[in-house]
Design a binder for this molecule. Structure first.
Ligand code: MTE
Ligand code: MO
Length: 349
């Protein structure tokens, strides 16, 4: 366990998807922006307001009696892998562990929105968490005073596959992961999966809150010109869980390289491994079936070199849409969406 920040709490665990796809809840990374809110289930309500036929308020008991479903999904922090950036950047220094896969369970968001009744002008859904505080950033302008953690998604995504989860891996959500209710936006970077959800605002225009525009946004290109957009779908990515960086591996032996690969809203089709810094690539074997928006495990049997040397291992995933990982970080992403082939340096001796 690596505590990246104490207050607010940010915890990374060793990246270890070797045997099972599901990350045990007690090893699931934690990323809070503010002090964790205290919630009294008796008085807690989910409010749905804005461009709806009628504002509604649901208690925890109301929610758990609505139609429910299971959703296995990978969450990845948009800053995961930041430790690999050269030169170093200022944000939370995630290594590989800012990602995890859980079996989420709860109410489809569409069930709740349909109960409130969407007006025809509804275009965005804003999620507000109960947590609030002063935004802190060394490299971004922050607003004065306290703000809530808030993010929005377009209505098309909201009605498609978004879940309001009250269980993780078969148990009640834990306080760290958003008890009593959190959003799960499958296939999107995890800043959209708002924890401690207590308010949904249906809006007729793009949301421009701090965590939507100043933070968790990047440059994309339109006709070659940079335009600022909120971070959304996960970029295709693979990560090597074993060996660990700087692991010492014997010469001339069989070593099983293990890892996971994921993408946003597309299945993983191929993972390749390079044991020579990217000069040549070979296909890895899959150890689990493809599941939309959940990572897929893979392994590769490596015959290690006969002579002692330092080796740079790389993995490269490709999804069914043909999206693949670049060898370099895209500078337009600043210190987010770090999905280039991450070099794992090991010592063969
Ligand atoms: N209310 C609230 N929701 C939040 C956050 C937060 O600070 N407050 N952090 C977001 C970010 S940036 C990430 S990466 C995920 C982390 O979810 P986890 O702590 O369950 O792993 O929650 C998201 N939802
Ligand atoms: Mo995050």
């Amino acid at each position: 366990m690596i505590i990246l920040s104490k207050d607010p709490e940010v915890i990374e665990f060793g990246f270890d998807p070797i045997e099972a796809t599901i990350t045990p809840t007690e090893h699931f990374y934690v990323r809070d922006h503010f002090e964790r809110p205290e919630i009294d289930l008796e008085t807690w309500r989910l409010q749905v307001q804005g461009c709806v036929a009628a504002t509604i308020e649901l208690s925890y008991n109301d929610l758990v009696s609505l139609p429910s479903k299971r959703l296995p999904a990978t969450l990845e922090c948009a800053g995961n892998g930041r430790k690999f950036l050269v030169p170093p950047s200022k944000g939370v220094q995630w290594h590989l562990g800012g990602a995890g896969t859980a079996d989420w369970f709860g109410v489809p968001l569409s069930e709740v929105l349909n109960r409130a009744g969407l007006n025809t002008n509804a275009s965005e859904i804003i999620f507000q968490g109960a947590d609030r505080g002063e935004a802190i950033a060394e490299d971004k302008p922050t607003p004065a005073g306290e703000i809530h953690f808030e993010r929005s998604i377009p209505i098309t995504k909201a009605m498609k596959d978004v879940l309001l989860a009250y269980k993780i891996n078969g148990e009640d959500l834990t306080p760290a992961h958003g008890f009593p209710l959190r959003v799960i936006v499958p296939g999107w970077y995890a800043m959209s999966s708002v924890k401690w959800l207590n308010k949904i605002v249906v809006s007729d225009r793009p949301f421009t809150g701090y965590f939507q525009t100043v933070d968790y946004s990047y440059w994309t290109r339109e006709s070659g010109q940079p335009v600022r957009v909120p971070i959304s779908t996960l970029q295709v990515k693979s990560a090597i869980a074993r060996p660990h960086p700087a692991e010492v591996i014997p010469c001339d032996t069989e070593y099983a390289i293990h890892g996971a690969a994921w993408s946003g809203e597309a299945m993983i089709k191929q993972v390749e491994v390079s044991t020579d810094s990217g000069a040549t690539w070979s296909n890895a074997a899959f150890q689990s079936d493809p599941v939309l928006n959940a990572w897929r495990l893979w392994s590769f049997n490596w015959r290690t070199p006969q002579a002692p040397q330092e080796v740079t291992l790389l993995a490269r995933a490709t999804d069914e849409r043909g999206n693949t990982q670049p060898l370099q970080h895209n500078q337009d992403y600043d210190d987010y969406m770090i999905h280039f082939c991450l070099p794992i340096e090991v010592i063969v001796q």
